[in-house]
Design a protein around this ligand. Structure first.
Ligand code: ADP
Ligand code: MG
Length: 424
């Protein structure tokens, strides 16, 4: 089989690494890919942007691609899978109609209300005056969200009414472009967050092992939000009983609601959840794709070949493929460029990648590039994620940090406390 993976993050490197392990996979093309996918066995990169749909269709025909796996949300929300399916190309990822669950937070809230899925109470606004009046009436803390895709920057958890008012003015004033012309304002939920990624073939929905990530840049979960500074799985916070409830209260109702709306959802449905100390569940958001860095800790634990699962989703026979996990746990620590999530430099050579792999860790590259001379250099904010699998979290994190300590690049920053909740 010949595969195409669309995207260039740590998630896509992990997908390529996992899929290339299947013996029937002959080639994995990544568009545009990164330094990690360039160096992987059976893999190569092609410089085609994730939103260049004609370019991607041509590549699929030229390279006789048998299956496309779409990593990021932007091409999904823009309708890439519909374009590919119209061309008779098999693709893992929901249709544009299904991807609205991530593409519009207002749409997602309406979907959750219709499905009876537990989530924070909310209201939707397009006018500053009514939005401001609403937050003054509700009081703080309160959460202000841009409706559309804002690369993880569109949400303000406001501790004061003034902060919420400023967030409303910023968004409606154009800070997020058209993504912020509509706002969802919702109650602030308390508790701990977890991510449950589920495979869906339109008829069956199956959760993967739950994960937790660390979104803040600073130790102790402080400072600015980022794309994610590290993750671990399975998250003990999501006990078997809670996972069962997530299936019956969130995933199954979501599948039924998609069906009721005539949406044939084939891909990952990712539920971001808040679990309160007294065990209440609330969905914070849905994503329509694999999470990053959650993928880096979920896929290394998978025993069933990922390819078999993705093909089963595309072909509507997920109920026939048993999902088997490896024993143990996985830990991932992200190394970021100094200055991230603000401005940062690029093009710094990265050393120690091979020594880190020899230690038994998996180095999933994200913001990297290979130079014409074969050197790997930094090319983004989150540069790489070092993942280790172990019998317990102490072992896995010790191995991940030991491997990370062999890697160097100018300005490299990582949090030293990833997984503090599960380490002794
Ligand atoms: N209702 C809420 N209550 C408390 N925290 C929230 C709420 N909604 C969002 N958050 C916080 O903001 C983060 C980002 O919100 P989310 O809806 O996941 O948007 P996105 O991932 O698209 O930026 C969440 O991970 C969570 O930490
Ligand atoms: Mg989120």
């Amino acid at each position: 089989m010949r595969l195409l993976i669309v995207g260039n993050g740590g998630r896509e490197h992990t997908l390529a690494w996992s899929l290339a392990q299947s013996p029937q996979v002959e080639a994995v093309i990544c568009t545009p890919g990164n330094g990690g996918t360039a160096g992987l066995e059976k893999c190569c990169n092609r410089a085609i942007a994730v939103d260049d749909f004609p370019g991607l269709v041509d590549l699929c025909h030229q390279e006789s691609v048998d299956l496309v796996v779409v990593g990021p949300e932007v091409p999904l929300v823009l309708g890439l899978t519909d374009v590919l399916r119209d061309q008779g190309i098999a693709v893992f990822g929901p249709s544009q109609a299904g991807a609205q669950i991530e593409g519009s937070k207002a749409w997602a809230k309406d979907f959750m209300a219709a499905a009876g899925i537990p989530t924070a109470r909310s209201a939707t606004f397009t006018e500053a005056s009514t939005a401001q009046a609403y937050v003054r009436q509700q009081g703080a803390p309160i959460v202000v969200k841009a409706d559309g895709l804002a690369a993880g920057k569109g949400v303000t958890v406001a501790a004061t009414v003034a902060e919420a008012e400023a967030a409303i003015a910023d968004a409606l004033g154009g800070k997020f472009g058209t993504a912020g012309q509509c706002l969802v304002i919702e109650d602030c939920l308390q508790g701990a967050e977890a991510s449950v990624l589920a495979l869906c073939d339109g008829q069956t929905i199956v959760p993967l092992v739950p994960a937790q990530d660390h979104k803040r840049i600073g130790e102790g979960d402080t400072g600015s939000n980022t794309g994610g500074m590290g993750a671990y799985a399975p998250a003990p916070l999501v006990t078997p009983a809670i996972l069962q409830r997530i299936e019956t209260e969130v995933l199954q109702p979501a599948l039924q609601e998609f069906q009721r709306r005539g949406i044939d959802y084939r891909g990952i449905l990712y539920a971001g959840l808040m679990i309160s100390p007294d065990g209440n569940l609330g969905v914070i958001e849905f994503n329509c794709r694999f999470g990053d860095p959650e993928t880096q800790v979920v896929l290394p634990l998978l025993d069933t070949p990922l390819l078999d699962l993705l093909l089963a989703c595309c072909e509507g026979r997920l109920d026939q493929v048993p999902l088997v996990w490896k024993p143990g746990v996985a830990a991932c620590v992200v190394a970021a460029a100094g200055g991230y999530p603000g401005s940062y430099g690029k093009g710094h050579p990265i050393t120690g990648l091979e020594s880190a792999q020899i230690q038994g860790a998996m180095v999933f590259q994200a913001g990297t590039q290979t130079t014409p001379t074969g050197a790997v250099v930094t090319d983004g904010g989150r540069v790489l994620g070092v993942t280790a699998v172990g019998a317990d979290f102490d072992r896995a994190f010790a191995d991940a940090y030991a491997a990370l300590d062999l890697i160097q690049f100018e300005g490299m920053y990582c949090r030293r406390d990833i997984g503090y909740q599960v380490r002794s």
